[in-house]
Design a protein around this ligand. Structure first.
Ligand code: 13P
Ligand code: SF4
Length: 399
């Protein structure tokens, strides 16, 4: 039996997964209540209300929008970007009293760390967490470090944490001389960390958290390591499920975490799109598995994907493996190119999607009324050490 792939870009049903209401139990999410009266999603004046509130706030507010946000939210962003660009943008706006972060919790935490005490960072919906960031908890990371210490390898190991991690883990990384990285600078960050721990060809090691795929893809595809140089530390197993010998031999100690959106793309998706669309270029985010990255033509962060499509020839065909809001926007922005979603069954990032127009209107109107809602505050000690790790990232060579 042959399978046919529908390669036309189809508009998915407007997120049945999303719960706009209040007081729902989102067990694994960070917040369950909207602390106030949320405008009804059906309110026909929502756009006008957002516009009016935005105008009333003027330069007192700066609205950041991650590329995975909904169109209705991106329309009100003063700047859009990937997590690295948004961290830089937040740090570069000392004059803004309020940073309204349309993204997810760990990004807003980083913005709070990088801005002054006088500035307040607001996340319009506290339930906008990240399932990958939730896969590493600080107590698990502390325990993992104890395992590395007992195995005699901690003093040769530099921790590198992906931006998609809690402020507490960034602080751990700062305390232990490591750095934060994002998908657009992971290669530079790893080279720096290996240099510090004994050279890329030496005896040094990196503990990479929490995305095993970004860590593995960068080590193997960019630094030329082998898959055997990588081991996976599983925080739910005694000693991470690794022997002393395995830890001693490893170069990359990868945390057992992944993105539930990017982890769904498969090699079969790549094969199917190649069969269905002759000449297609397959481009994926480095949070995809190493098999998918190996089967693709190009791999890169959201900013990389956007730039590659901007530079692409009219008439060229592309299949993109990243979150759907971004791919849909890119397809609309490039009508002269044929842009396909790599897997037609993969949905939006449900936590990114929690920020919708009603939450944005609620947050902005509250600020206009003098009420700061959903403020993200990182405690002072964590903020200090997380800033050390974030500043290290911002100082990496060539960025
Ligand atoms: P970027 O670093 O490309 O912005 O990606 C963040 C993210 O959450 C990807 O899933
Ligand atoms: Fe987290 Fe994945 Fe969503 Fe990015 S796409 S915010 S990594 S769950």
């Amino acid at each position: 039996m042959t399978t046919t792939l529908d390669t036309t870009f189809t508009e998915p049903a407007p997120s049945a997964l999303l719960l706009l209401g209040q007081g729902r139990d989102m067990a694994s999410e960070r917040g369950v209540e909207c602390a106030g009266e949320l405008p009804a999603p059906s309110d026909p004046d929502l756009v006008e209300r957002a516009r009016a509130a935005r105008q009333a706030l003027g330069d007192r507010a700066f609205v950041l929008g991650h590329h995975y946000q909904r169109d209705e939210v991106i329309d009100f962003a003063d700047v859009t970007g990937d997590s690295f660009k948004l961290a830089r943008e937040a740090a570069a706006r000392p004059e803004a009293e309020y940073i309204v972060f349309c993204g997810v919790h760990f990004m807003a935490e980083s913005a709070d760390i990088l801005t002054s005490d006088e500035q307040q960072v607001i996340l319009p919906d506290m339930a906008a967490g990240c399932s990958m960031a939730d896969m590493a908890e600080i107590n698990q990371v502390e325990e993992a470090w104890d395992v590395l210490t007992d195995a005699g390898v901690a003093d040769r190991t530099v921790p590198v944490t992906y931006m998609n991690s809690t402020a507490a883990i960034k602080a751990f990384t700062g305390r232990h001389g490591g750095t934060v990285c994002t998908s657009s600078n992971a290669e530079v960050a790893l080279r720096w960390a290996f240099e510090k721990s004994g050279g890329v060809d030496g005896t040094g090691k990196v503990l990479f958290m929490p995305d095993q795929h970004l860590g593995r893809n960068t080590a193997v595809e960019k630094l030329g390591m082998s898959l055997d140089d990588c081991v996976v530390f599983d925080p739910r197993k005694p000693d991470g499920g690794l022997t002393r010998e395995q830890l001693d031999a490893a170069r990359m100690i990868l945390w057992r975490g992944h993105c539930s959106v990017h982890g769904r793309f498969s090699v079969r998706n790549v094969e199917q799109v190649r069969e269905a669309v002759p000449g297609v270029t397959v481009m994926v985010h480095p949070e995809c598995t190493n098999e998918v990255v190996g089967a693709a033509d190009l791999v890169g962060s959201t900013e990389f994907i956007i730039k590659a499509l901007d530079a692409a020839e009219p008439g060229s065909s592309w299949a993109i493996g990243t979150e759907l809001n971004l791919v849909r926007r890119l397809a609309n922005a490039h009508p002269d190119k044929s842009i396909h979603y790599l897997d037609s069954t993969v949905c939006f990032c449900s936590t990114m999607n929690r920020i919708d127009l009603p939450h944005l209107v609620w947050a902005l109107e509250s600020l206009v009324a003098g009420r700061v809602v959903n403020q993200i505050v990182v405690d002072a000690d964590d903020a200090h050490w997380a800033r050390v790790a974030l500043d290290q990232m911002l100082a990496l060579p060539g960025l």
